[in-house]
Design a protein around this ligand. Structure first.
Ligand code: SAM
Ligand code: SF4
Length: 327
């Protein structure tokens, strides 16, 4: 289908990141260091609202949905959400990003319901460091969940780690061992500045170039990008089943390959993770009859998408932390 979500720079958006909640049970040091703080009683998008939203996006040409948060699996209706999205014509991929705390118990049912792609955050393979970074001593059970997921008919498993100076930035070898025999993509994300983490950012940000240099000098080579792939750069090695991925939002031209738009858990349409604010479309999700107006509104709003973020100027927009909009 023709993608009607194309911006003035010719960038196409086949991919929506939908946040299901901003609540999280973990307290990652770079995201929610004091844990989730409940400021008001929010009502998150219902299944019916999600169905109306994704149906409109699918008719505009979107075929990939990533469920994220906060921690998306905290939602009691998470399985029904997957099933609902799976039933929408045109959606070919349903991905999720999770901290993995329910992986071992639930991954089988998620995959049976229609989940096709899975990202799990694993900031360290050292149990003590994992505990201190996330507030949870759960590395072992998360790794067991990942093992289980590998036996299921899931298309792609990626692990995410935020690259942190002198914390995990010297632990690449541990991940290399994991990638030797596992067909997993290990993605390092350069730490991004958000409204809440300025001091932390100053202390722990390290450019992803250090990792790239390590990979290139150890026999890893950059893989040619597939058409429509996002901003991540992938590295492969003949002796390894797995691959490394590097997401470097501070790299020049990072935004040129932007292929994603976001919707927050309360129905705000975000053109960029680091924009000033989102645009509420929730009032247009109440009935199937509003679909035409919803589609028109989404296309009009896309016209406001800027060429790039302004992180280089220390401007992270209105995002206090990534859990709030959906990372
Ligand atoms: N709770 C889920 C998880 O942690 O996978 C999903 C939401 S989380 C906000 C999505 C991703 O954003 C995670 O991989 C997390 O490591 C990453 N993230 C959060 N804050 C970040 C920051 N300041 N810079 C870079 N990545 C960040
Ligand atoms: Fe929770 Fe994910 Fe943020 Fe960690 S990164 S605090 S798991 S939302």
């Amino acid at each position: 289908m023709n993608n009607q979500l194309t911006d003035s720079l010719g960038r196409e958006f086949p991919y929506i990141r939908l946040s299901l909640t901003d609540i999280c049970n973990f307290s990652c040091s770079y995201c929610l260091p004091d844990g989730y703080q409940c400021e008001s009683n929010k009502e998150f998008l219902s299944i019916k609202e999600i169905k109306n939203l994704i149906t409109a996006f699918a008719e505009l040409g979107v075929w990939k949905i990533r469920l994220t948060g906060g921690e998306p699996t905290i939602r009691k209706d998470f399985l029904s959400i997957i099933k609902t999205i799976k039933s929408i014509q045109g959606i070919r991929q349903i991905a999720m990003t999770t901290n993995g705390y329910k992986l071992k118990q639930r991954v089988k049912s998620w995959v049976s319901a229609g989940l096709t792609h899975l990202n799990i955050s694993v900031d360290s393979l050292d149990p003590k460091l994992f505990h201190s970074l996330t507030g949870h001593n759960r590395l072992q059970e998360i790794l067991e969940g990942i093992n289980l997921a590998q036996q299921l008919p899931i298309k792609r498993i990626k692990l995410n780690a935020v690259l942190l100076k002198n914390v995990n930035s010297h632990q690449f070898h541990q991940y290399e061992t994991l990638l030797k025999n596992n067909r997993i993509s290990m993605r390092f994300i350069e730490l991004m500045q958000t409204g809440d983490n300025q001091k932390y950012f100053d202390q722990y940000h390290v450019p992803a170039n250090e990792l790239k240099t390590h990979l290139l000098s150890n026999g890893w080579t950059e893989k040619l990008k597939e058409v429509g792939s996002g901003p991540a750069i992938e590295y492969i090695h003949p002796d390894y089943n797995g691959s490394f991925g590097v997401i470097a939002p501070y790299a020049k031209d990072f935004c040129d390959s932007c292929n994603r738009l976001r919707v927050s858990s309360t129905g705000d349409f975000h053109l960029c993770l680091f924009g000033e604010h989102g645009f509420s479309v929730r009032h247009l999700l109440q009935s199937e009859n509003q679909k035409a107006e919803l589609k028109q509104t989404l296309c009009q709003l896309l016209g406001r998408k800027r060429k790039q973020h302004f992180l280089h100027d220390g401007n992270s927009g209105g995002t206090p932390n990534l859990a709030s909009v959906g990372g």
